[in-house]
Unconditional design. Structure first.
Ligand SMILES: NC(=O)c1ccc[n+]([C@@H]2O[C@H](COP(=O)([O-])OP(=O)(O)OC[C@H]3O[C@@H](n4cnc5c(N)ncnc54)[C@H](O)[C@@H]3O)[C@@H](O)[C@H]2O)c1
Length: 259
């Protein structure tokens, strides 16, 4: 085996701690060389907890380092595009948490930039690797299912049904007169991805609705109850470019867990 791939992890938060950092460290082909968080105490704590040799509060410094091959963006969603774009411009491969951007055209631009520089990119679509999802795909590949005509996807639970449960991953300075994607992005993205993967086609047409059921919530970043105009439930139907059709429903304010 050649030299190890050297990783800079941006974001010393919950998901980095439980998924990304343990994932990189399980693979002997990689090593994390820097952990970065503007809350420097968090970066320092993770450096100690995971034995990472260097920490910083400055993401630009982390991205510019010559000894970094891969940048792992596991920061709040509204920062993903700026950080991923800068990493690609600096010639690094990028693993980015979803969503890359709130406007799909920016995501396509980033994909083009990566392609033009011969860089690899990947999204944090972990559900693809769950045994049931892999098995279903295997049954499609083997022809057991036949041609998929209809894909129905649900991801819903009661995680933020209680308005006192501190909400994270929200942009507190967002214009609250306009609904912000939340459940559709957080819960919808993996299901939308699985649908694309199983059906083997992009969307051609979509119609749906996003709804804010719980107007005021405890926000972790401010520690106060705040108006948060986010979609905490949504439903849409769609057509795929190959003629299949589908429906998606996501919510984090429903009783019962699907899956
Ligand atoms: N794929 C999945 O199944 C899945 C699951 C959970 C979370 N996520 C995604 O992971 C991302 C992080 O979620 P989380 O729960 O860990 O959030 P979190 O708020 O716990 O952690 C994010 C960390 O990033 C830091 N940060 C902010 N700006 C930064 C910057 N410019 N550079 C470096 N660090 C910065 C914050 O200080 C914070 O410590 C979100 O985009 C979320 O949607 C994905």
């Amino acid at each position: 085996m050649g030299e190890k791939l050297r990783v800079a992890v941006l974001g010393a938060g919950r998901w980095a701690e439980s998924a990304h950092i343990p994932g990189w460290q399980r693979d002997p082909r990689c090593e994390i060389v820097v952990i970065c968080d503007p809350v420097v105490e968090n970066a320092r704590a993770f450096a100690g907890q995971f034995g990472i040799p260097y920490y910083t509060g400055d993401w630009q410094e982390a991205v510019a380092r010559a000894d970094v091959d891969i940048v792992d963006v596991v920061t709040p969603s509204h920062t993903h595009f700026e950080l991923s774009w800068a990493a690609l411009e600096a010639g690094k491969h990028v693993l980015c948490e979803k969503p890359v951007a709130y406007d799909f055209r920016q995501t396509l631009r980033a994909a083009d930039l990566a392609k033009s520089k011969g860089l690899k990119t990947k999204l944090g679509f972990t559900f693809r690797y769950s045994p049931g999802v892999l098995y279903a795909r295997e049954m499609i590949d083997q022809g057991f299912v036949g041609t998929p005509f209809i894909f129905n996807g649900y991801e819903q639970n009661s995680q933020w049904l209680d308005p006192q449960t501190p909400l994270r991953q929200v942009f507190v300075d967002a214009d609250q007169s306009v609904i912000q994607t939340s459940s559709l992005e957080g819960y919808g993205a993996p299901i939308i991805d699985i649908g694309h993967w199983w059906v083997g086609a992009d969307y051609s047409r979509v119609v749906g609705t996003m709804k804010n059921f719980i107007p005021e919530r405890m926000v972790r970043a401010t520690g106060t109850m705040m108006r948060m105009n986010i979609d905490d439930g949504d439903i849409f139907i769609h057509e795929y470019t190959n003629g299949a059709i589908g429906s998606i429903q996501t919510s984090f304010v429903t009783i019962g867990n699907y899956p």
